[in-house]
Each structure stands twice: as structure tokens, then as C-alpha cells.
Design a protein around this ligand. Structure first.
Ligand SMILES: NC(=O)c1ccc[n+]([C@@H]2O[C@H](COP(=O)([O-])OP(=O)(O)OC[C@H]3O[C@@H](n4cnc5c(N)ncnc54)[C@H](O)[C@@H]3O)[C@@H](O)[C@H]2O)c1
Length: 363
């Protein structure tokens, strides 16, 4: 069964986020309905392709599309200019034209990379996203932010380029490595606390069903989370204001990732700890109660996420936050909770941040 989970409506683009359990074979029909007629290039990674590329390729061919495919090695190391260059070579070799379509099949890495190639090749090819990780379904595939890493910093090079279609087959999560799945729940929980109290209630009520990927519940939760992100990016495509709310937990989260050379935490794990930092700051500033802090800690914990850490060099965390501050014109703008589903963005006194880091990051 396929449901339109959300619509992204920016000033210039309008596209559906379609979602279901076992719906990859709908891709041919949906691409056809979007009015595209050229060839299709599937870009995937070598972990996802053996599992799902056959079904996608078959569905596209059955709908009459000639299909080519290209795979990159799995993981963040593929989000480089070099990988993009290899895909450009492939597109040139096969004389891909502006009427052809790129289909990104995989997690956020494949989405960001294939989206970036689509944004830049021939000054823009149409592209569709078939996200297969929880992060990609609820976050990366929605909003048209594409990009690659620079050796000095993540996501430094990129473009906004909205896809024509997002099609998420939630059943693909059943093959996602457990740690990746758990990490992905952090962003869903973030959407629950910052944007959507219905999603938050659902997460709190159906922990077991969601963690064991009950089809109906999981599709509903992933759809609500995707819809929450779609609503934000529809109002603020280019991150000029509202979209900042999505950074809840990311100030400390990024500092933890950077201070450990991106080798210790998965993004969602660092964001979970960062969310605890943000809610504790909110409580210290009198914006929320101690009960809300406990509520967030409890939900993150039952979803298997960390809420503090040890063995991380505090000096390195401080240094990473200092760099972040410089990149934000000297002042970190913290996303804080004022209630469930409500946030505010403001600077926070340094002493409060230090006190919270003292609690979260132990030697
Ligand atoms: N563009 C955006 O708005 C946005 C938002 C959030 C994150 N991101 C980016 O997304 C990336 C992280 O995404 P991710 O967590 O999906 O990482 P990922 O793409 O590296 O996927 C994680 C791992 O899971 C594997 N995998 C994915 N789906 C699978 C499946 N169904 N079955 C088996 N294995 C599967 C992948 O091969 C990979 O090894 C980062 O680069 C981040 O910067 C972008």
C-alpha cells in the first residue's frame, strides 16, 4: 500500500513524499506519472544495490524506461568530489541528457551524492530519491539539500536541488544494520519533541512495535516524521530561519562528532546526547520543567540511544564548539525547547553551556 505521506511545496517546486511497506515496485508508474520519459540512471551503494536494485530496475523497465546503474562503495567516504567525478564520467560515457533522470537508491550518503551530481551535471538533471535508511526517509531525502564533503569539513560543497519524487519503502529498514536503525530514531524523536506532539505521543506509546519494525506503526511514525520535516522545508527552503529548528541537538552533537574525528559516534547518537544538552539548557533557563528533561531522556533511552558519554576529551569538544561559534559570526544560536512541539532560537551564556557539558561529557 502506498500513501502520500507528505508534500514538499517550495516557491518553485512541488513534489510528493510517497511511503509504504513493500512499494519499491511502484517506482516505474510514479516516475511515468511525473511526466519523465528519458533514460534512468540508478545511483546506489554496494551494500544497498544487491538488496534492492533488482526490484527498482525491474519496475522501471516494466514501465518502459531504459535503465543504467552505477554503484559507489558504502559509507561517508563516498561523499567526495572524486566519487562525483566518477559518476560524471559515467554520465558522459553514456551521453546522458537533460531529459534523463537520476534515481538515488540508498541512505543519506547516496542521496546527497547523487543529488549533488544531478544538481550540477548539465546544470541540472531531474532526480528522484528512494531512501532506504531511517535517516534518509525522515530527514535527508526531504528538502533538496544535496552535497559532498571537503577534506576539511563535512557538507561544505553542495546545492539546493529539489527531487521530482521521494518514494520510501519502509520495509527496506528491515535490512538496515541495527546500530544505523537505532541512530536514525534520534532524528525522529527530535521531530517529535520539536515539531509534532502527535508523533511524540506515538513514539512514547508504541516503543516495542516501532523498534521491532511493525509495518503499520513504523510506516505511520516515519510518515509523520517525514511530514514534519516537509512542513519546515516548505516554509524555509534555504535555511534562512525556521529550518534552524531542525538543528535541535546539533550544536553539541556536531562538536562531539568533530572532537572524535567522526569515528566514535554515529550522527544520531551524537545528536541524542546533544538533544539532552539542549533540553537541559532549556530547563536551566527556565523554559521547560525538569519533568520534560526526564521525559526526553527516557524516550531516547528506550530507543537504545545514549544520553551522555564518557572518554571524550572535553578540551576538544570546547575547541569544536569554538570553531562552530566562529562560523556563526561569533555567536552560537541554540535551538531550545519551550514546550513539546515548540522551540525558540537564542544565544546562551557560556557558563550554562559549560555546566551542561560537565554533566553530559564525563572523563
Ligand atoms: N541532505 C540532507 O538534508 C541531510 C540530512 C541528514 C543527513 N544527511 C546526510 O546523510 C548521510 C547519513 O545518512 P545515512 O545515515 O543514511 O548514512 P549512509 O547512507 O551511509 O547509510 C548507512 C549505512 O547503511 C547502509 N544501508 C542503507 N540502507 C540500507 C538498507 N536498507 N539495508 C542495508 N543497508 C543499508 C549503507 O550502505 C551504509 O553502509 C550523511 O552524509 C549526512 O550528512 C543529509
Amino acid at each position: 500500500m502506498l500513501n502520500p505521506a507528505a508534500e514538499v511545496k517550495t516557491g518553485s517546486h512541488h513534489y510528493p513524499v510517497q511511503m509504504g511497506w513493500g512499494c519499491l515496485d511502484e517506482v516505474g508508474r510514479l516516475v511515468r506519472e511525473s511526466g519523465l520519459e528519458g533514460r534512468v540512471v540508478i545511483v546506489s551503494d554496494q551494500a544497498v544495490a544487491p538488496l534492492y536494485e533488482g526490484a527498482v530496475l525491474g519496475a522501471l523497465e516494466a514501465a518502459g524506461f531504459p535503465v543504467l546503474h552505477y554503484e559507489v562503495p558504502p559509507g561517508e567516504a563516498s561523499k567526495t568530489l572524486e566519487s562525483a567525478g566518477c559518476i560524471y564520467d559515467f554520465l558522459v560515457e553514456h551521453r546522458i541528457e537533460r531529459s534523463d533522470l537520476v534515481v538515488a537508491l540508498g541512505g543519506g550518503v547516496v542521496g546527497d551524492l547523487a543529488g549533488f551530481v544531478s544538481a550540477t551535471f548539465l546544470r541540472g538533471l531531474p532526480w528522484a530519491v528512494l531512501p532506504t535508511s531511517l535517516v534518509a526517509m525522515t530527514d535527508a531525502s526531504i528538502g533538496g539539500k544535496t552535497g559532498i564533503n571537503h577534506p576539511r569539513a563535512k557538507n561544505l560543497i553542495g546545492a539546493f536541488h529539489q527531487p521530482v519524487l521521494v518514494l520510501a519503502d519502509v520495509s527496506t529498514l528491515s535490512t538496515l544494520p541495527t546500530r544505523e536503525l537505532t541512530s536514525g530514531w534520534a532524528e525522529v524523536i527530535k521531530h517529535g519533541f520539536t515539531l509534532d506532539t502527535e508523533l511524540l505521543d506515538m513514539l512514547e506509546t508504541h516503543v516495542e512495535a516501532l523498534r521491532s519494525l511493525d509495518p503499520e506503526m513504523t510506516v505511520r511514525a516515519v510518515a509523520l516524521s517525514a511530514a514534519a520535516k516537509a512542513a519546515v522545508v516548505s516554509q524555509d527552503e534555504r535555511e534562512s530561519g525556521l529550518r534552524r529548528v531542525l538543528n535541535y541537538g546539533h550544536t553539541i552533537g556536531h562538536a562531539l562528532e568533530a572532537s572524535t574525528d567522526y569515528g566514535r559516534f554515529l550522527h544520531g547518537e551524537a545528536v541524542a546526547i546533544g538533544m539532552m544538552g539542549a533540553v537541559r539548557l532549556s530547563q536551566r533557563l527556565g523554559l521547560v520543567s525538569e519533568a520534560l528533561v526526564a521525559r526526553q531522556e527516557s524516550l531516547l533511552t528506550v530507543f537504545g540511544l545514549p544520553t551522555r558519554c564518557s572518554g571524550v576529551d572535553r578540551a576538544m569538544v570546547d575547541k569544536a564548539m569554538e570553531l562552530d561559534k566562529k562560523s556563526q559570526e561569533g555567536e552560537v544560536r541554540w535551538v531550545l525547547l519551550t514546550a513539546t512541539g515548540k522551540t525558540t532560537v537564542r544565544p546562551v551564556p557560556f557558563a550554562e553551556v559549560e555546566a551542561v557539558l560537565e554533566e553530559l561529557v564525563q572523563p
